[in-house]
Design a protein around this ligand. Structure first.
Ligand SMILES: C[S@@+](CC[C@H](N)C(=O)[O-])C[C@H]1O[C@@H](n2cnc3c(N)ncnc32)[C@H](O)[C@@H]1O
Length: 152
């Protein structure tokens, strides 16, 4: 993968793991809306490039960064908590930057899987991507979660 983006790094638990895996030849940055997390991330992970912006602007951010297409997106966004219009807006923005064949990975907590928003999000993923796989429940995660791995 040439370019990898993390959505919603929060306090950086996933960013730390991603930083270990991305190579020097790869472009990697994170997009975090909540400005309170930015100083935390800069202190904890000074090597992380993070933009204090919204994923809804990901096309603009990629243009500015000279990235035509993103090969992999790892999302920590709380999709189930988002209203339908925001789920749609952020997924459309995602599709506008993800390369054909590119991978989009996100997760959902098991306790929320039956909620209407969660079901709608799953349906939207199936519409938007050519392939969607759902992991077995990761019980070691607190709270337990499943991961969606989607191919454009
Ligand atoms: C569940 S937390 C992620 C937790 C993170 N993986 C960690 O280890 O701390 C979700 C994050 O998504 C961010 N977020 C929510 N909406 C966003 C948006 N539109 N653009 C970018 N980040 C967003 C929140 O501010 C929050 O930091």
């Amino acid at each position: 993968m040439k370019s990898v983006v993390e959505y919603g790094p929060g306090t950086g638990a996933i960013s730390r793991q991603l930083l270990k895996r991305v190579g020097e030849q790869q472009k990697f940055f994170a997009v975090e809306l909540n400005g309170n997390f930015i100083p935390v991330l800069r202190k904890k992970l000074p090597e992380l490039t993070v933009f204090n912006e919204s994923v809804s602007d990901i096309r603009h951010i990629c243009n500015r960064e000279g990235v035509d297409w993103v090969d992999g997106i790892i999302s920590g966004l709380p999709w189930t908590a988002f209203p339908e219009s925001l789920q749609k807006e952020l997924l459309e923005a995602t599709l506008s930057v993800l390369a054909d064949g590119g991978q989009f990975v996100t997760f959902a907590y098991v306790h929320g899987l039956a909620l209407q928003n969660a079901r709608r999000f799953r349906a939207r993923l199936r519409e938007a991507f050519s392939e969607v796989t759902v992991s077995p429940v990761v019980w070691r995660n607190l709270p337990p979660a499943v991961f969606y791995s989607c191919r454009k």
